[in-house]
Design a protein around this ligand. Sequence first.
Ligand SMILES: N[C@@H](CCC(=O)N[C@@H](CS)C(=O)NCC(=O)O)C(=O)O
Length: 247
Amino acid sequence: MRSNNTVILLGSHMLPTQHGTIHGDIAKKPLEMAQNIILYTAPGSCGLVPQTLLHHCNISFKPIGVSLQNLAELSSKNPKGQVPVFDWNGELITEVPAIAHAINHLAPEGKILGRSPVEFVRVCEWMNFLSASIHSQPWGAFVRPFRFTDEPEAEPGVKRKAKQRLQERLALMESKLPADGWVVGEGFTAVDAYCLAISQWVVARTDLDFKGDFPKWAALVDRAHKVEAVQKALAEEKQLAEELNKA
Ligand SMILES: N[C@@H](CCC(=O)N[C@@H](CS)C(=O)NCC(=O)O)C(=O)O
């Protein structure tokens, strides 16, 4: 985009810069821009992942709680009818791994996608696995079997199979987890935040013996609970839940 002033394209927004025309580059000077960030999330959802990452990166944002039972309210923001939605100066971003990338652009010093090229690729690998092979597929079928069959009488079978698949996938992840520290490299990353969120659902909504069957994962969660950003995100999530309950 050319004009008398050069511009940074920020999604549909354009900001003047003295450093030349930069097309679609939001990574170059993000912290110099006024950021208007809103996170639409539901208590008990995967919205906890970006919520934690935003706190970890010290990015100020406005959290807006939406009930998982009332996601139709959010259809103008996300036609998929799901949380989280990351409103980045009016640019609406969905999908947890993509939102993690957006947050990383805003505060690369938070190292939420790792500290080296290999760590970055490993974080992407795990985020895909957690999102697709655990969250969307077996977890999705376990909590919403009606999306996987039109026959109500088939739902218990779908749920049973989903739980078995979930156990297998959790066990695979468990076998890859370190005995100490974080999943990728030396620092807390988006993968640790996602592992925490998933553990909460499994503990709350299944009869699996999480601590007994997945001890390394449970220990990772214990360590995550000591991270200030996690504590802030969990407290904020609780507050959003209380507000939604009152409404
Ligand atoms: N692939 C999506 C999954 C989002 C998702 O499944 N969100 C859940 C909460 S954890 C949700 O909104 N579920 C409501 C629904 O699917 O109707 C992402 O990564 O953001």
